[in-house]
Ligand binder design. Structure first.
Ligand code: HEM
Length: 443
């Protein structure tokens, strides 16, 4: 098949078809269809969460089920009756066949062998290999690196105390620098990686427009090509980074941790991309929320021991990953309703995180909330976020260092939300930094 035709066909089958169904369903008030077709939900999803919740713990829609209920979501994420979604696997049989023929073989976060799209036994083996390198000890040791990197990025900002886009200058730079250090990515490649990530970020969304799809494909292709070369380079001359260790573990010959080349590429790619595409949102959301709630920021300045809890509350209220999906492995029952084998359930974790049955006065931002950590922002069960500890460390250290350095910082404009549905954050956030505090007096 000619490449341009193949791409068009792939888009049509995977996204065009869903867009058609969604815009038809949305006009008839179908909730999940509206989630795909209605751009206002991206900008302000809270009224939508409440609508889903008002219709019950499990809501039927044209494309599957939807839940905003904390107990149901929590159970689904841990259930052995469900598996993760693999892109295209839920299409009707004939369309699924077409999708397979038309797809390219680029890495995709929602297609095997990505960790996010596989289940045991492969998932167990992949996870074991990565966890043997990404140990809690290795992650704890990285915390110091986070402090140093945050501090040197803030040094650069201290020399220009005007209005800056804090997403571009800090929130995106910190995670990419940290994960790049961990994975042995040379400094010169980091801008490129951010660019690939920006292009590919909507790859987690369904119902992309043709221009969005093409941008995603460009991002995935650039990333795939670069990563392949990067792994080759590390194989030739390993460093003391975790990626070099991962390659050695994966190729050492032990059956339990063996990964073939495509598995290694997919896992390395996911860890790298998940490492910066999500944490940027935690930092941006956190800065914005605290600028909008000066009394909470004041409390944090008085009692810095509250920072860890504040990060949990930020993750709860403005979850950087808004939703995930599961597919029933066989006929089963959820919240008293029959769900048939192959049916899809969207777990709206951001909505579950505002469930009044778990969180009192759920829409209130309260850094002292004692059960904020019950949120599902990092998912749950087998697929619980592998980078949660690192993300928490970056949130805590990165936000605290920022507000310590710029005590008079304030918002300088509305900013722009990212144009993604699953990933939730700011693409630009202008702030007036004000004078920088000398760090010898800061703590
Ligand atoms: C605030 C930041 C982050 C958030 C909100 C977040 C959220 C999530 C969520 C919701 C999932 C599971 C999706 C599902 O169940 O379908 C996940 C999985 C994953 N995350 Fe994160 N993540 C963050 C940061 C990171 C970082 C820093 C890394 C890498 C160091 C990372 C690596 C991964 C990986 C490899 C998986 C796949 C795990 C599996 O499927 O077994 N994440 N993340």
């Amino acid at each position: 098949m000619e490449i341009a035709f193949k791409q068009r066909l792939h888009w049509l089958v995977l996204h065009g078809f869903v867009r058609g169904v969604a815009s038809f369903g949305a006009r008839r008030g179908d909730l999940q269809a509206r989630l795909i077709a209605d751009p206002s939900i991206k900008a302000d999803p809270v009224p939508f969460y409440e609508e889903v919740r008002a219709r019950g713990p499990l809501v039927r829609s044209r494309i599957g089920y939807l839940t905003a209920d904390h107990a149901v979501g929590n159970e689904l994420l841990r259930s052995d009756d469900f598996r993760v979604l693999s892109l295209g696997s839920n299409l009707p049989a004939a369309t699924r066949w077409l999708e397979r023929r038309a797809r390219d073989d680029l890495l995709h976060p929602l297609r095997p062998p990505s960790l996010l799209a596989v289940e045991p036994p492969d998932h167990t083996r992949y996870r074991k290999t990565v966890s043997s390198v990404f140990t809690p000890r290795a992650v704890a040791a990285l915390r110091e690196g986070v402090e140093q990197t945050a501090s040197s990025l803030l040094d650069q900002l201290s020399n220009e105390p005007g209005v800056v886009d804090i997403v571009d200058r800090y929130c995106s730079q910190l995670p990419v620098a940290i994960i790049s250090d961990i994975l042995g990515v040379p400094h010169a490649d980091r801008r490129n990686i951010l660019q690939f990530g920006e292009f590919a970020a909507p790859s987690l969304d369904l119902g992309l427009t043709w221009p969005q799809y093409r941008r995603v494909q460009r991002g995935l292709a650039g990333f795939n090509f670069w990563l392949d070369e990067h792994l080759r380079q590390l194989r030739r001359s390993p460093g003391d980074d975790l990626m070099s260790q991962l390659i050695q573990t994966a190729e050492s010959g032990s059956q339990e941790t063996y990964l073939d080349k495509s598995e290694l590429l997919a896992i390395a790619g996911l860890v790298l991309a998940a490492g910066f595409e999500t944490t940027v949102n935690l930092l941006g959301n956190g800065i914005r929320m605290l600028l909008d709630a000066p009394e909470q920021l004041h409390t944090l300045r008085e009692r810095p021991q509250l920072w860890a809890g504040a990060v949990e509350e930020i993750l709860r209220l403005e979850s950087p990953v808004q939703l995930t999906a599961r597919v029933a492995l066989h006929d089963t029952e959820v919240a008293g309703r029959a769900v048939r084998a192959g049916e899809l359930v969207i777990v709206y974790v951001a909505a579950a995180n505002r469930d009044p049955a778990v969180f009192a006065d759920p829409n209130r931002f309260d850094i002292e909330r004692d059960n904020a950590g019950k949120h599902l922002a990092f998912s749950g069960g087998r697929h619980f976020c592998l980078g949660a500890a690192l993300a928490r460390a970056q949130g805590e250290v990165g936000l605290r260092a920022f507000f310590d350095r710029f005590p008079e910082v304030r918002a300088a404009g509305a900013g722009c939300r990212r144009d993604t549905r699953v990933l939730h954050g700011w693409s630009t956030l202008p702030v007036a930094l004000g004078p920088a505090r000398s760090m010898t007096h800061a703590r």
